[in-house]
Design a protein around this ligand. Structure first.
Ligand code: G3P
Ligand code: CA
Length: 256
């Protein structure tokens, strides 16, 4: 049974969106390590799958922006992808590889971070990817430090069906109250709204009443960070974790 929180959330967690992407190419191991070094509580990353079945970390379905080559990840082999430079679009970056989920988890397992794995399966469906992700998480016994999210509602529901003890969250841009009703109906644990949804009257407090975690993206403005913290949201997903940590620590009084 869900418990109802009556006190404001005391200390929201700060997740580095695609790693510390202001310092290093997004969704790469250097960006993830830097987020950890900054003191972020968690990392948000994007997951896809190559044609030969490797789970790989990358935001865009097509590699034009990130690697300067017009090809979709779903049509490439892992070997082809691992020859590309994921730092192509990042000014001054040395060459860096697109990481596999396996590489990420083998590092992550030794940290105390939380990871939000966003399955990028709204454009291309990647059938059965949920069970493959679960298998990878279970290899390292990490269910208690992983949150799985997607804009694909059916995929989130499927993940929850496969692993009722795993934190599963629906990502969305609009219609927050509809998202909340669906989350409650399907027993999801969290909602990941675009930050503008927190201005919809009553939405955040309704989530809090139902013990649905609210993790907002992508919050980069100090004013919006402060407002969100006052609302009692659970997590800020941000491109600027250093700034968010500073604001969070200033806003929240240490507990006695
Ligand atoms: O997971 C939150 C956020 O990352 C969703 O949008 O496009 O940055 O993956 P996007
Ligand atoms: Ca994402």
């Amino acid at each position: 049974m869900r418990t109802c929180r009556t006190e404001p959330t005391i200390k929201p967690t700060i997740f580095a969106h695609r790693g510390a992407r202001l310092q290093f190419p997004e969704n790469t191991m250097p960006a993830f390590r830097a987020a950890c070094d900054l003191g972020a509580d968690g990392i948000e990353l994007d997951l896809q799958r190559t044609v030969d079945g490797k789970l790989v970390i990358c935001h865009d379905e097509n590699l034009g922006r990130l690697a300067g080559i017009d090809i979709n990840i779903k049509d490439m082999t892992w070997r082809q992808l691992s020859e590309l430079n994921a730092g192509y679009s990042f000014p001054g970056s040395p060459e860096v590889r697109f990481p596999s989920l396996e590489e990420f988890l083998s590092w992550f397992a030794w940290t105390s971070l939380t990871v939000n794995i966003e399955i990028k399966n709204s454009v291309f469906p990647y059938p059965l990817i949920e069970s493959e992700i679960l298998y990878a998480i279970d290899q390292y016994r990490l269910r208690d430090r992983v949150i799985v999210s997607s804009f694909n509602f059916d995929s989130v529901v499927e993940m929850k069906r496969l692993a009722p003890d795993l934190s599963c969250a629906f990502l969305f841009k609009r219609w927050p109250n509809r998202a909340l009703s669906a989350a409650l109906e399907y027993g999801l644990d969290g909602l990941h709204p675009h930050f503008l949804n927190m201005f919809v009257p009553g939405f955040v407090s309704r989530c809090r009443r139902h013990n649905i975690a609210v993790r907002l993206w992508t919050v980069n403005s100090p004013r919006v960070m402060r407002y969100a913290i006052r609302q009692g949201i659970d997590t800020l997903i941000t491109d600027d974790p250093a700034q968010a940590l500073k604001i969070r620590n200033e806003s929240v009084k240490p507990s006695s």
